[in-house]
Design a protein around this ligand. Structure first.
Ligand code: KG4
Ligand code: ZN
Length: 349
């Protein structure tokens, strides 16, 4: 039999997945690094690289075991090339290229954001193009127009912090431990989202995002509220702190959805898709479904396992190349950032 292996090591998750020849995910293993980075409140790049190196062989072993396949049955290997932390990327790339060389299998380099971007199709292959895709992660808040698979145009991006970064920074300020985004999500469920009023970011034109104003406003409100912080997730959380987190989460989500709604009125698309780590946020998922349904769009939001960094989306991104028997891309190198094709548009009046 013949299988495709995907390797993801762009940031702090060592992940691998196996796809069969129909593109079905047979296994998807993620080894996180929360313990290693937690004492520092965020990701330390040097530690991330070393942790990948420590974990990568056992992640491969477990991934193959879960898929119930042998190493020799791998006939294609995909790995993330960037954007991401160079020290982390190089571990996955070197490992993937060596394995490809040893097995005589083709190697495919994958752009991490494109992997997120296409992840809504892993479980919903029939989702029609053209599509509007919101990719929200710890490093990116990008809105894309996709004409078809592999044909992507950037509509807008964040002018400062990414959405996940905003959740992480606000959570860190209040005292939550890394990774703060999922903790903010859990705590916000217990608060009143209408308790604090945030002013929405206003840009004169365009569909860009901005989160630094919301983050600063969160800090001011926290300092003026009388809430005694830092408080960790295990502490008794005062209602006011839960309310503040819920109100902040609501503001971030409203800003994201307002941009998507504006884009819907400009671009002629057949579907909407949501991707990236922040796509596992409860309020965003609810709002995105509601928005899609109110406009009558087909839409897809991957399950949380395919939202946060994972090997399945990396393998899936290379799936069509592998199926077509495309030549090996063994010469491809790691890169820290990516440049996107842009699309001209006029805002609806
Ligand atoms: O895509 P991802 O795993 O890694 C990057 O490529 O950045 O995204 C990680 C980001 C972090 O900022 C994390 O706090 C955020 O996604 N995140 C969440 C949730 N789960 C992960 N933010 C809000 N709510 C969540 N449930
Ligand atoms: Zn990511």
């Amino acid at each position: 039999m013949s299988y495709l292996l995907g390797i993801e090591t762009s940031c702090d998750d060592t992940s691998m997945a196996v796809l069969d020849k129909n593109g079905s995910v047979l296994s998807n293993v993620v080894s996180g690094q929360i313990k290693a980075h937690s004492p520092f409140g965020g990701i330390v790049p040097e530690i991330a690289g070393r942790e990948h190196l420590k974990n990568i062989s056992s992640v491969l072993e477990l991934t193959l075991k879960k898929a119930d396949i042998r190493t020799e049955e791998i006939s294609g290997i995909a790995a993330t090339m960037g954007p991401g932390l160079l020290g982390s990327l190089l571990v996955g790339l070197a490992f993937g290229k060596s394995l490809a060389y040893a097995l005589g299998a083709p190697f495919y380099g994958v752009n991490h954001i494109e992997a997120h971007l296409l992840s809504p199709w892993i479980e919903k292959r029939a989702l029609p193009f053209p599509s509007l895709i919101l990719v929200v992660s710890g490093g990116h808040s990008h809105l894309f127009y996709a004409e078809k698979e592999g044909d992507y145009y950037l509509i807008s991006a964040t002018r400062d912090d990414a959405a996940g970064e905003a959740f992480d920074k606000a959570g860190k300020k209040i005292g939550l431990l890394y990774p703060q985004g999922p903790a903010v999500d859990r705590l916000a469920r217990k608060g009143n989202p209408k308790a604090f009023k945030f002013t929405m970011p206003k840009m004169k034109s365009g569909l860009d995002f901005s989160f630094s104003g919301l983050k600063t406003s969160f800090i001011h409100k926290l300092e003026r509220s009388g809430i005694k912080y830092p408080i960790t997730e295990n502490d008794d959380y005062p209602d006011l702190a839960l309310d503040l987190l819920a109100s902040f989460e609501k503001a971030v989500v409203e800003h994201l959805l307002e941009r998507v709604q504006k884009a819907i009125n400009i671009f002629n698309v057949k579907s909407l898709a949501l991707a990236g780590g922040v796509a596992s946020n409860t309020l965003l998922r609810a709002g995105f479904s509601q928005l899609s349904e109110s406009f009558g769009f087909e839409y897809s939001m991957p399950p949380p396992a395919y939202c946060t960094d994972n090997g399945a989306m990396v393998a899936f991104n290379a799936f069509s190349r592998w199926k077509k028997g495309a030549r090996s891309e063994i010469e491809k190198d790691a890169f820290p950032t990516s440049i996107w094709r842009k699309i001209e548009f006029r805002e609806a009046q």
